[in-house]
Design a protein around this ligand. Structure first.
Ligand code: KGT
Length: 308
């Protein structure tokens, strides 16, 4: 079992959670990330959380494949180097909720030219070292007629390993977006010591409107963890728009901060017309709330899954 928090001193930590409108312009996206890091540092945060597609959101499958970062061990990596430099310069730890990394196996091994990417969530420390690399396991292949049509597996190969990562703010359970709908994954992460579940996302508007808050609060309540969900918001290109509502939920299920969306509803902005990207929400979280939620209702001791 992975026990947490060699680094944490005290139970209270300031975090910054970003809401971005990323496009296929990597330099502009990295500038937005750098601005967020500057604000997070100014406001005394220890760690910055970025959404899925934080540095690139493609306009087509072929563009996503062509523009992916090369595998992590290679030298010249535009996005990873940019993120590392931002972490070093700001002294922040960074959760980069999703970047595309090439080198994944093709759909069809008989067609090796058609390779794919891994949708990769990196945890980078304050000196620029990659502390954790998680490859998205559940891929969003969903067709809701007239509303949503996305086939992530056309560009992306699934990962196979769940990951927890120690950090200065606690033990992180590292996931991405659509993983949110698979609760067994979060139980596993919590059993491995996670205190804070990360769900960086680029949710669609119809599915976000119907499910986002409920699913995030459920994962927080049933695992008695904080949930941090950085988010994409707004129009990325003529085909793609995201729901927004970057969220911070405490282990009792209370929404501590909500960045809002086109439907309003945020705790930070008064109304939807005030929403800007990039933006961050800075919030203090207290890990004692994890302990107290687990003392109040000892779910972990009552689990009987092995018996049925
Ligand atoms: O473009 C990329 O490569 C990044 N990947 C995404 O944006 C992914 C797959 S298309 N989006 C989701 O998983 C949305 C899930 C969702 O909206 C839900 O579960 O309802």
């Amino acid at each position: 079992m992975h026990m947490s928090t060699a680094f944490t001193s005290g139970s209270k930590h300031r975090i910054a959670v970003a809401q971005l409108r990323s496009t296929s312009d990597k330099f502009s996206n990295l500038l937005d990330v750098a601005r967020c890091a500057g604000w997070a540092k100014r406001d005394g945060a220890a760690m910055l959380f970025l959404p899925e597609c934080c540095c690139f959101l493609g306009e087509s499958a072929s563009q996503t494949l062509e523009e992916a970062d090369p595998p992590i061990q290679d030298a010249d990596i535009l996005i990873l180097d940019g993120l590392r430099n931002i972490a070093r310069e700001s002294g922040l730890w960074i959760s980069a909720g999703g970047i595309h990394v090439s080198g994944a196996p093709p759909h069809d091994t008989a067609d090796p030219d058609h390779s794919r990417v891994y949708n990769t969530h990196l945890i980078i420390d304050c000196v620029g070292t990659v502390k954790c690399l998680y490859r998205k396991i559940h891929l969003f292949d969903v067709e809701i007629p007239g509303q949503v049509s996305l086939r992530e597996s056309a560009t992306t190969a699934p990962g196979k390993a769940v990951k927890v990562c120690d950090s200065p703010i606690g033990c992180l359970g590292v996931t991405i977006c659509y993983d949110l709908r698979f609760p067994e994954m979060y139980v596993k992460l919590t059993t491995q010591g996670a205190q804070i579940l990360l769900v960086p996302s680029a949710f669609t508007i119809p599915t976000g409107t119907a499910h986002w808050h409920t699913l995030l609060r459920a994962r927080a309540i049933e695992n008695q963890c904080f949930v941090i969900a950085a988010a994409q918001f707004g129009e990325h290109n003529h085909k793609r728009e995201s729901y927004g509502h970057a969220l911070i939920v405490d282990p009792w299920g209370e929404v501590l901060a909500d960045a809002g969306g086109a439907d309003g509803g945020g705790t930070v902005s008064i109304d939807a017309s005030n929403l800007v990207t990039p933006s961050i929400m800075v919030q203090e979280i207290d890990l004692d709330l994890v302990t107290s939620a687990r003392q109040r209702i000892p779910i972990q001791n009552h689990r009987r899954a092995a018996e049925f």
